[in-house]
Design a protein around this ligand. Structure first.
Ligand SMILES: *[C@@H]1O[C@H](CO)[C@@H](O)[C@H](O)[C@H]1NC(C)=O
Ligand SMILES: *[C@@H]1O[C@H](CO)[C@@H](O)[C@H](O)[C@H]1NC(C)=O
Length: 354
């Protein structure tokens, strides 16, 4: 049995009110956590490639031990870390491209994700990031390393039983479809969503072919409420959420849900599930005080309205207490925000691993 106390210094309310167990039957072991996708789960891969989409400088990582900026797009831990922590595997999931990786790191999981990535192969193509196809290539390389490390049989066991986390899609809409306009000429939003869903399904099937069975795909948040989008389109003073983007995100989530439901039935022994976080994150925004948030419309870094990546840097002042903020920069949540999402995932979705 795995015992997980959901209690953290950053989350006082949870410490007081909630300590619960994730009960997995004794034979269910999750040996490793793997992550694929975009900046939400990029643990520092972009540090080692020729892209400008980076954040391995202060104030990023300011609340991690020793305040080291690791390339995580947050003030501290990100979803792969929190999942691994709650499953009792380890405290930090490292980036696969980290040259200091140890054998033990390989055995218990790494991230292949890259900030700026999307399901659409065109997303981020001007940014020299790792596309999902590149991430799969690295995963194949990883599998060979794992085999030579622990033997073929044990490698298969690890790959088959571990948890795979896929987070992408935001950049397809926010940075590709709405902005560059290239896909807009080709597809209306409805058919673009269909393409995104089909690219995502193909990706999951590729993971499955390589041995993945327990796969959680995270859906889209209310895209129109991201601080940067409020700044851009929500009005200079009012900074309201962009309704159109939120509606598109909801439609995409509905289609993802249907597609993955279907897919999970066609992949034998798969435990594939779609994690819809839309309503939870909307609740953060509408009922912020329930979660202890005092600011949900701006990030903690700089003015909180535009700063992200290179614009959030050592010259940016930060808010006094980022546990009161939903967003760390103008795109990415704080560890506190991530932690509540992951608590929810553990509580409502992890039973699907069985
Ligand atoms: C692979 O994992 C699934 C559960 O995800 C399990 O049902 C199956 O027996 C495992 N197969 C092997 C060969 O370990
Ligand atoms: C906000 O909280 C109220 C009362 O708990 C609830 O009925 C409502 O659904 C919440 N709003 C959102 C967007 O979740």
């Amino acid at each position: 049995m795995l015992y997980v106390v959901v209690c953290h210094v950053l989350l006082f309310s949870a410490c007081i009110s909630e300590a619960y167990k994730v009960k997995l039957p004794e034979k269910v072991v999750v040996p490793a956590v793997y992550a694929f996708g975009d900046s939400i789960v990029d643990q520092g891969n972009n540090n080692y490639i020729a892209t400008t989409v980076k954040c391995n400088f202060p104030p990023y990582g300011k609340d991690l031990r020793d305040a080291i900026p690791t390339g995580r797009f947050s003030n501290a831990k990100t979803p792969p870390d929190l999942i691994a922590e709650e499953l009792g595997i380890k405290g930090l999931i490292p980036a696969y491209l980290d040259p200091n990786l140890k054998d033990e790191d390989l055995k218990t999981g790494v991230s292949f994700a890259s900030g700026g990535c999307g399901y659409d192969p065109l997303t981020g193509s001007a940014l020299s990031i790792l596309h999902l196809s590149d991430q799969l290539t690295l995963f194949q390389e990883y599998i060979e390393k794992l085999k030579s490390l622990v033997g073929k049989q044990e490698a298969t066991h690890i790959l088959n039983n571990s948890f795979y986390m896929v987070v992408a899609g935001s950049n397809d809409f926010l940075n590709n479809y709405y902005v560059t306009g290239f896909r807009k000429h080709q597809y209306d939003i409805n058919s673009y969503i269909d393409h995104i869903v089909s690219w995502a399904s193909n990706f999951v099937q590729e993971l499955y072919k390589l041995g993945a069975r327990r796969i959680g795909v995270m859906g889209l948040p209310p895209l129109g409420c991201v601080p940067f989008q409020r700044t851009l389109l929500g009005g200079i003073i009012s900074r309201v959420c962009v309704d159109e983007y939120n509606q598109d995100a909801q439609l995409a989530n509905t289609k993802f849900g249907v597609a993955f439901d279907l897919l999970s039935k066609t992949l034998p022994q798969s435990k594939l599930f779609f994690i819809d976080i839309y309503n939870l994150v909307t609740d953060f925004i509408v009922n912020s005080t329930k979660y202890g948030f005092e600011e949900v419309e701006k990030g903690c870094c700089g003015t909180g309205t535009i700063e992200v990546s290179a614009l959030c840097n050592k010259y940016s002042a930060t808010c006094e207490d980022d546990t009161k903020y939903l967003f760390w920069d103008s795109f990415h949540p704080t560890e506190k925000g991530y932690r509540i999402v992951i608590d929810h995932v553990i509580k409502y979705y992890m039973k699907n691993l069985l």
